[in-house]
Ligand binder design. Sequence first.
Ligand SMILES: *Cc1c(COP(=O)(O)O)cnc(C)c1O
Length: 367
Amino acid sequence: MIPFLDLRDAYLELKSEIDTAVLRVLDSGWYVLGEEVENFEAEWAKYCGAEHAVGVANGLDALVLSLRALGVGHGDEVIVPSHTFIATWLAVSAVGAKPVPVEPDKNSYNIDPTKIASAITDRTRAIIPVHLYGQPADLDPILEIARARGIAVVEDAAQAHGAEYKGKRIGGDSDLVCWSFYPGKNLGALGDAGAVTSNRPDLVEKLRVLRNYGSKKKYVNNVAGVNSRLDPMQAAVLRVKLGYLDEWNGRRNALADSYSSALEGSGLILPTISSWAKSAWHLYVVRSPNRDHLIDILKDAGIGTQIHYPIPPHMQEAFQSSNFAPDQFPLAQKFAGEVFSLPMGPHAPMNVSDVVCRSIENASAPH
Ligand SMILES: *Cc1c(COP(=O)(O)O)cnc(C)c1O
């Protein structure tokens, strides 16, 4: 049996270091914000090539608080990919703004920059590109469109820790870059955690206030903020795991290479990585019109798969009131019906690509 992902493997590889880090926090007597969080923020900002990082409770809050820091709210529009995890859209609706979907590029699955300009109106306040599956979106044309019109760019980098755009790690290019450290992400905590990286001190200041009850000075509340602080226990775990991120991303990359060579000629549509991109390989996503059958075959062979994501956001009940038609975003609709993800992670066995390849070959061979 090869599961899609077993989170315990990551803990076990680093058990003694993680246990020591967690015990250090338990022993410190300091359980909210403080030195452990500040140290992780500094280390994460440095890794990303950004000037600042602000730790928050999770990736969705990173997006919501970023939009709030920018002053996005009721009556505003925010451009989002039609093909993404629903959190990207939920952040927009959470601040009372309207998500305006833009279709993906067929090869990268990321937002198609050539389709953004026509979706912009005089109410557009921000664009949220998502680095989906670990591959950076094409940031330069997006930043150019946004800057020419005074629109903010907030990156959803929840799947792309360590990914590179044109030779440089993502995290310091746009106004605000949002991270999730949900356990299954490339840099994952042992619970919920998130952060925002930025080079804009004005926005960073607002985020620090917003995440902590809207308060700079204890019991003096400047804005109606929330409680969304990064837990020092998780910060301690993340500091340990950050030391292994590049090595673990390297293992993901090797497994992706192995899938791509084993599955060439399998009939599956394989991932395409743009020449200027280095993927963090959060997921290895393939496509087939025959998806559900192939998933069954792999299941019988003991291989776990997942679908990222089976229902596009515009078809979710949560966005029913927006009255989107199914065929309004045909690429998002098509990809939701065809994509599936093979086991991927720093602890997935390298031979999984051969097992997947053989199972699929056997299934399509004439009997
Ligand atoms: C995981 C994820 C999020 C949300 O992160 P949480 O920490 O689970 O709130 C947002 N966007 C994308 C693309 C994600 O994959």
